[in-house]
Write a protein that binds this ligand. Structure first.
Ligand code: F6R
Length: 259
């Protein structure tokens, strides 16, 4: 795992966007895995700037999102499909038919999850997966206690995630946050060829510490990335503040990025 510690969220978002832009340039037909939440928004804006400046094009790119609240229609303004349309897809030249988000209204969630995974496989697998991290160390909606080999399935949110999500979305109302979701599994995520995880702010410092320097455990599902051989963490100084070896990681990522 490479840890890139930046002075600010803006700098980290730009560096992560550069990594994605380089892939899209090299392979215009690449397959991206995408995340929602507050964290990737600045990076998505940077990618939109690159498209506007005609540096890259998403015309042939295909995307699969990590997760969706169960019970929310794609048109609901708090659904993850709506979020992606507003924060990225409408701002770039991607074809909407090439973008995929789990159907939160699926009558048969198990079937929906299986066909989602099959579609990713048919597309050749995910070349680069974007991730955020929950304050409890979750990736996608894989809460503490989820198997590190889990596959895409129906999952249930912890009270702390419901609280975090209500704070940032749903007008602060915890009762409005769905308690279940459809989510890519940890095992599914780890099959991506490259991983770019973003983490900002002191509220993520414990989660980042657990992911990078804790033991690999289902109690911090992001720690599964320790076994991935091309995983990059772009964070600000606040999110990195509890890392024991932060000077080493900073030096190493500088060398690797430049090399
Ligand atoms: C979003 C997702 C979640 C978020 C995480 C952090 O698709 O899968 O794991 O990445 O909850 O959320 P924010 O970025 O809002 O702090």
């Amino acid at each position: 795992m490479e840890i890139v510690i930046c002075k600010s969220k803006e700098e980290a978002s730009r560096k992560a966007a550069d990594m994605i832009a380089a892939l899209v340039k090299k392979n215009p037909k690449c397959v991206l895995g995408l995340a929602t939440g507050s964290t990737p928004v600045a990076m998505y804006s940077e990618l939109a700037k690159d498209v506007k400046a005609k540096k890259i094009s998403f015309k042939q790119v295909k995307t699969w999102n990590l997760d969706e609240y169960y019970g929310l229609a794609p048109t609901h303004d708090q659904s993850y499909r709506y979020f992606m349309n507003e924060n990225l897809f409408k701002k770039i030249d991607i074809q909407l038919k090439n973008t995929h988000v789990l159907n939160g209204l699926a009558k048969n969630p198990e079937k929906e999850c299986k066909s989602y995974e099959a579609a990713i496989k048919r597309a050749g697998g995910i070349d680069l997966q974007v991730l955020g991290i929950g304050s409890d160390g979750h990736i996608a909606f894989n809460e503490p206690g989820t198997s590190l080999k889990s596959r895409t399935s129906m999952v249930h949110l912890t009270p702390s995630t419901i609280k975090d999500n209500a704070r940032l979305f749903f007008g602060g109302n915890m009762d409005e946050v769905p308690k279940s979701a459809l989510s890519m599994g940890v095992g599914t995520i780890c099959e991506a060829k490259k991983i770019v995880l973003l983490a900002f702010g002191a509220g993520k410092a414990d989660a980042v510490k657990g992911m990078v320097e804790g033991g690999m455990s289902q109690f911090c599902t992001a720690s599964a990335l320790q076994a991935h051989n091309d995983a990059w963490v772009f964070c600000d100084e606040a999110a990195a503040s509890k890392l024991k070896l932060k000077e080493y990681y900073a030096w190493r990522s500088e060398t690797v990025l430049k090399g």
